[in-house]
Design a binder for this molecule. Structure first.
Ligand code: GTP
Ligand code: MG
Ligand code: NA
Length: 417
């Protein structure tokens, strides 16, 4: 390779398709995980992100060690196929360089498949079709993880003919939606005609072919899009309160580098929040960002990657819980008055639940004297009390604002002694 070849970042690949086409299962097959089996009702309800390093991809294909893979890896974004998640699909796609549209070969194009095609056209995103569940063709002979052409050769004439007519039907349906498609192994115009990669997420036939298309064909098609750039481009997937880490922000880093100590602005339901990156975490390669598991710590992370940012929330203060907006306002006003001057970190209305304790516990690591919930005229749920006792968070209840504040100041005196 010549020395002036541009550095490419990991492409971000969105998995789209109708509910139950096999998007998550296909990722499980690639990762060697079991995410799909653990999903409630067997449906995906949240965007996921998984980093697949180039070397792990190579292991799944027939690529020789000396054959270069131009990209460092692939970041795949799983999306829900259920009709009520169309906003999430649209968001998933807006951050992607390429997409895989998963179609169930036994069902053909379905409602959300067509919706995905509209999105792809609108965003002008190249895609590959994974024509999934080929193992469901009647009489299919399993050829675990075999390239599809080899697997097809092993099938009976009946299977071959069913495969052929179903494939033809799918190609026709794509044509009706304005897309020319062809099975990739017969496709001579890969830049103009959309590749179809037949797969089985169950037994792995065709999966090596799909991966090869993504790491070998794709970078050539969208080289310019994949040029690494220092300008940070980032999309927030979720903001969470983690009981040990405090506020965490799951993001997809599309371009650039994030470093510890960087200042970032995150849009939350409470408006924009400015914070400093305290730590950067990624799941282990081939693992889902949204799955609760072990993380790797990083001083910096390069695009494209799914990252959990541990934020150093600038705000410090106590947590206030009250029965009504009126009383809440009165308490906050009193706390802020010059005679008392106690900062408020967050507040809520109604009974104190576990989630309130978790939120307020963020202060345990930051400033112990603020690790308090002032609960005015509200119930404290037993699980909330138990969690507070366990974690060392103080919950103060009283029936007047003045008593609340007095107990709190006594508590601080106690801490300081
Ligand atoms: P949503 O996220 O809910 O939109 O669905 P999905 O597209 O992620 O499909 P999912 O991975 O949940 O698979 C749906 C069902 O089809 C599950 O029971 C899978 O085990 C099954 N399935 C997926 N792919 C295959 C396949 O290639 N062969 C067979 N036989 N079953 C499959
Ligand atoms: Mg799914
Ligand atoms: Na599903």
């Amino acid at each position: 390779a010549s020395g002036d070849e541009k550095e490419l970042r990991a492409p971000i690949c969105c998995i789209l398709g109708h509910v139950d086409a096999g998007k998550t299962k296909l990722l499980d097959c690639i990762r060697g995980t079991h995410v799909q089996e653990r999903e409630a009702g067997g449906i995906t309800q949240q965007i996921g992100a998984t980093y697949l390093p180039a070397e792990n991809i190579r292991d799944r294909t027939s690529l020789k060690a000396e054959t270069a893979i131009k990209v460092p890896g692939l970041l795949v974004i799983d999306t829900p196929g259920h009709e009520s998640f169309s906003k999430m699909r649209s968001r998933g796609l807006s951050m992607c360089d390429v997409a895989v549209v998963v179609v169930d070969i036994t069902k053909g194009l379905e409602k959300q498949t067509v919706e995905s095609l509209h999105l792809l056209r609108r965003h002008n995103v190249s895609f590959i079709v994974a024509l999934n569940k080929v193992d469901r063709l009647y009489g299919w002979k399993e050829c675990t993880n075999a390239p599809i052409v080899e697997a097809l050769k092993k099938q009976s004439d009946d299977v071959k003919s069913e495969y052929k007519w179903r494939l033809t039907k799918v190609v026709t349906d794509f044509k009706e939606n304005g897309f020319n498609t062809a099975p990739y192994y017969e496709n001579n115009k890969k830049k103009k005609v959309v590749n179809i990669a037949p797969t089985s997420a169950e037994s792995g036939e065709g999966v090596p072919d799909l991966l090869l298309l993504l790491v070998r064909w794709l970078p050539d098609i969208i080289t310019d899009k994949l040029a690494y750039d220092d300008t940070v481009e980032c999309t927030v997937l979720e903001v969470n309160e983690h009981k040990d880490l405090g506020t965490t922000v799951d993001v997809v880093l599309i371009n650039g580098v994030l470093r510890q100590g960087d200042q970032v602005i995150v849009c939350t339901k409470q408006g924009p929040v400015t914070t400093i990156i305290r730590d950067l975490l990624t799941p282990h390669p081939m693992k889902e960002l949204k799955a609760k598991g072990a993380y790797k710590h990083h001083k910096e992370v390069r695009a494209g990657q799914g990252v959990k940012i541990v934020a150093r929330t600038c705000k410090e203060g106590i947590y206030v819980q009250a029965s009504s907006v009126g009383t809440l306002e009165a308490i906050i006003a009193h706390l802020k008055s010059s005679s008392v001057d106690i900062p408020v970190y967050a507040w809520n209305l109604g009974p104190v639940y576990k989630q309130d304790v978790m939120k307020a516990s963020a202060m345990l690591k930051r400033k112990e004297e603020y690790a308090v919930i002032l609960a005015f005229d509200v119930k404290v749920m037993p699980e909330a009390s138990a969690l507070a006792a366990e974690s060392g968070l103080k919950i103060i209840t009283a029936d007047t604002v003045y008593r609340l504040v007095n107990i709190y100041t006594e508590h601080i005196k106690g801490l300081k002694e």
